[in-house]
Design a protein around this ligand. Structure first.
Ligand SMILES: *[C@@H]1O[C@H](CO)[C@@H](O)[C@H](O)[C@H]1NC(C)=O
Ligand SMILES: *[C@@H]1O[C@H](CO)[C@@H](O)[C@H](O)[C@H]1NC(C)=O
Ligand SMILES: *[C@@H]1O[C@H](CO)[C@@H](O)[C@H](O)[C@H]1NC(C)=O
Ligand SMILES: *[C@@H]1O[C@H](CO)[C@@H](O)[C@H](O)[C@H]1NC(C)=O
Length: 257
């Protein structure tokens, strides 16, 4: 019977320490979903009985040791307890169940449960918003979420307004104390290359019309009242002055002249 080295190591392992032993353990998520072309950082940690020294860590089915096996597979962990695996620019064929095996000077162990990594299409990258309307009042807030077939756990999400990169990253973009400056078309992408970018979601921030009208109304009413008052005053003065007749003025001007 022909056997590849991986199968062999699993068989050897089955004869060794089993998962029931609490001293030997590998902790990773059951499944990990990632959109094609983006980066997956799979958290992982392992434990073994005290006093043992780990001399080798192997991720399968692709062998990824602390020496980079394939440029896209990086072991971010160590030989103590961290076995984080990073897969950059994921492709469809990376879809597989990955298992971690570590070997110590007192025996080895494989976390047989494994982590199912699924690489999906990037087609349906979308911006979702916390508001139903694209029009938000000044001072308001909105949270945009970048979604796809995968949940965006630990993904490298980038945000853009009108095509310009925003400093914020991560699956959710929280915009508060909105001003007209926040108006624009928002997109998100799954890696900095912008290859898999969502359709734009447009945000319009409106000036707070309620407050604006109130100010305007007060100022208009005040101006009208002032104008009426001045008009009445002028009218009154004119009425009083016009009573003695223009003769005095003519006489006066004749005197001056
Ligand atoms: C991005 O999406 C396109 C289609 O929308 C797909 O062909 C491509 O493989 C995806 N990934 C990258 C890295 O471009
Ligand atoms: C394991 O290493 C990765 C990469 O260096 C780090 O991001 C992560 O926080 C570490 N995990 C723990 C539990 O220390
Ligand atoms: C909006 O942007 C303009 C120009 O970039 C800037 O001068 C102004 O202070 C900004 N306003 C707010 C409220 O951030
Ligand atoms: C946003 O997109 C809409 C339609 O897609 C377009 O009419 C508008 O000009 C865009 N705004 C900016 C600031 O690019």
């Amino acid at each position: 019977m022909k056997m590849n080295p991986w199968t062999l190591s699993v068989l050897l392992l089955l004869a060794g320490p089993l998962g029931a032993d609490p001293d030997w353990h590998v902790e990773y998520p059951d499944s990990f979903c990632v959109v094609e072309g983006s980066t997956a950082t799979i958290p992982c940690s392992f434990t073994h009985p005290a006093g043992l020294r780990v001399n080798r860590v192997v991720w399968g089915p692709r062998v990824v040791s602390n020496i980079i096996a394939e440029n896209r597979f990086l072991y971010l962990g160590d030989l103590v307890r961290n076995c984080t695996l990073k897969i950059i620019k994921t492709v469809k064929r990376d879809t597989a169940k990955y298992l971690l095996r570590f070997e110590t000077d007192g025996g080895g162990y494989t976390g047989l449960r494994g982590v199912r990594v699924t690489v999906t299409d990037a087609e349906d990258v979308k911006v979702r918003s916390s508001v139903t309307d694209n029009v938000v009042k000044e001072g308001g807030q909105v949270t945009l979420t970048c979604t796809s077939a995968c949940s965006f756990h630990q993904l490298d999400v980038h945000w853009y307004r009108n095509g310009h990169a925003l400093p914020e990253s991560g699956p959710a973009l929280h915009l508060s104390s909105l001003t007209n400056n926040n108006t624009g078309n928002y997109t998100c992408s799954l890696d900095s290359s912008r290859k898999n970018t969502s359709a734009p979601w447009s945000l319009v921030v409106l000036e707070d019309e309620g407050r604006f009208d109130w100010h305007l109304t007060v100022s208009v009413v005040a101006k009208v009242l002032l104008a009426v008052f001045l008009l009445l005053l002028v009218g009154l003065v004119f009425a009083k002055r016009s009573a003695p007749g223009p003769e005095h003025e003519i006489v006066y001007s004749e005197v001056v002249g």
